[in-house]
Design a protein around this ligand. Structure first.
Ligand code: ARG
Length: 472
């Protein structure tokens, strides 16, 4: 079998014990800079904190610290401006930055004192996840605001609520949309927890067993703002765990996957509402697409893509969990594979949240179709059973009697509320003269004002609560 003979020849940082550099194939196979360059701003924050600590304990001089800091700031700007040339031969973001810094100052050769890429990358990703969680929290809040506005605008429109995709009981559009809001607000809380859990510093754990040098882990933790509510530095407790741990990654990916599932369920509701058969909602042109063949089509692609991308978010979580399964302590190169799924979940979920918001903000309810659907009196069959309960009929019997009324209405081909009173009495002897009033929709909803129910007053209160919470 032909093997790759080409060599990259370059390996500045760990080349000491090697006679030759990695093969061209191995170089291509093992480089991560093509994707982990995304960590650059966080790598620089971590390096600045580490350098400040090295200066504090006297492992580098003040002048060396100043040169390192200045160089890192320059690199930060250069990278942000897209003016940095990444070199795959230097493997990863860490070595690219270190080598570039070396060109600016010889002090760079001291930056990696008492540090390994293992604690470095664990730190970088925590800093990245703090930023990513913050962005996603903001996106969740902004979707929530969109949902609350949509709920408020449509609180007087009623639709059937469904179980088993069968018409069940009437609800307001607001109540349905606020159910989505609950899901997204749990996501927001979940991201807040993921965010808070990231503020623990692995720096100083070294490759696996710390260092013999007199470092001050609390100092670098403080530099990065990794402190508790009392201003105490938060440090990882075990150097082996610190470099092997990928829990923050997995927790983040789980929060993304679950949020994706929520968005997917919302998207499915919207797709159903938008179907020709249901027709409750009209989606904005800007978030739908046409067919290249059928001129009449306006497809809910934004919602379908959200549903599709949610699979990807769950897949990313699975990738991370499988990556650590069966991995011995501590660092193994497998762990380099943690970045693409993390970045992907972050970027894709951010877009999904924005697209969901924009699609709903531009959507309108079709009141003709909703009124038609919610006029089905069978949606209030359960209310009729409740009516009988108030007349003293045990619920099981009331349920049975209303079932008989439904069967009779089917037999006579009459809506249940149009059954002749004397026929109805044969099924349910306790019915009073007023029994058909149960089928008044407004009355039915007004009877549901316990906490969490879809009554209009309760819904108004819920909307007011959300608005206050979101500062709307
Ligand atoms: N690029 C590597 C990663 O993300 C950095 C850590 C490398 N450590 C090592 N021992 N090779 O995992």
């Amino acid at each position: 079998m032909a093997t790759s003979k080409k060599k990259t020849g370059k390996q500045a940082t760990w080349g000491g014990r090697f006679k030759e550099g990695p093969s061209e194939l191995m170089g291509r196979f093992s480089e991560s800079v093509s994707f982990d360059k995304k960590l650059a701003p966080f790598d620089i924050i971590g390096s600045k904190a580490h350098a400040a600590m090295l200066a504090k304990v006297g492992l580098i001089s003040k002048a060396e610290h100043a040169a390192i800091r200045k160089g890192l700031d320059e690199l930060d700007r250069q990278i942000a401006a897209g003016k940095f040339t990444w070199d795959t031969a230097l493997e990863d973001v860490h070595m690219n930055i270190e080598q570039a810094l070396l060109k600016k100052t010889p002090a760079a050769a001291k930056l990696h004192t008492a540090r390994s890429r293992n604690d470095q990358v664990a730190t970088d990703v925590r800093l990245y996840l703090i930023d990513a969680s913050r962005q996603l929290m903001r996106a969740c809040s902004s979707l929530l605001a969109g949902l609350v506005v949509f709920a408020e605008e449509n609180q007087d429109i009623f639709i059937p609520g469904y179980t088993h995709l069968q018409r069940a009981q009437p609800v307001s559009v607001a109540h349905h949309v606020l159910a989505w809001a609950q899901m997204i607000s749990r996501d927001l809380e979940r991201f807040a927890k993921v965010y808070a859990n990231c503020f623990v510093s692995p720096l100083g754990s070294g490759a696996i067993a710390g260092t013999t040098l007199p470092i001050d882990r609390a100092a670098s933790a403080r530099e990065m703002g990794f402190e508790d509510a009392h201003g105490q530095p938060r440090l990882t407790d075990n150097s082996m765990d610190a470099v092997a741990d990928r829990d923050p990654h997995i927790e983040f990916a789980f929060a993304c996957a679950l949020c994706g599932l929520h968005l997917s369920r919302m998207a499915e509701d919207v797709i159903l509402w938008n179907s020709s058969e249901v027709g409750f909602i009209r989606l904005p042109d800007a978030f739908t697409t046409g067919s290249s063949l059928m001129p009449q089509k306006k497809n809910p692609d934004s919602m379908e893509l959200i549903r599709g991308k949610s699979a990807r978010l769950s897949g990313n979580l699975m990738t991370l969990m499988m990556m650590v399964k069966g991995l011995p302590l501590t660092y193994n190169r497998d762990l380099q594979e943690d970045k693409p799924p993390l970045f992907d979940s972050h970027e894709q979920l951010l877009m999904c949240l924005e697209v969901m918001r924009e699609t709903l903000v531009g959507a309108t309810m079709n009141q003709e179709r909703t009124a038609q659907a919610v006029a089905d009196p069978l949606l209030l069959a359960t209310d009729l059973a409740d009516y009988l309960v108030l007349k003293g009929v045990p619920f099981r019997q009331a349920h049975h009697q209303v079932g008989a009324l439904v069967a009779l209405s089917e037999k006579l081909n009459l809506p249940i509320d149009k059954l002749p009173h004397k026929d109805a009495l044969k099924c349910a002897p306790k019915l009073g003269k007023d029994w058909t009033q149960v089928f008044n929709l407004k009355r039915a909803l007004a009877a549901r004002e316990n906490p969490g129910m879809p009554g209009p007053k309760t819904t108004k209160k819920a909307i007011a609560h959300w608005k206050k919470q979101l500062g709307l």
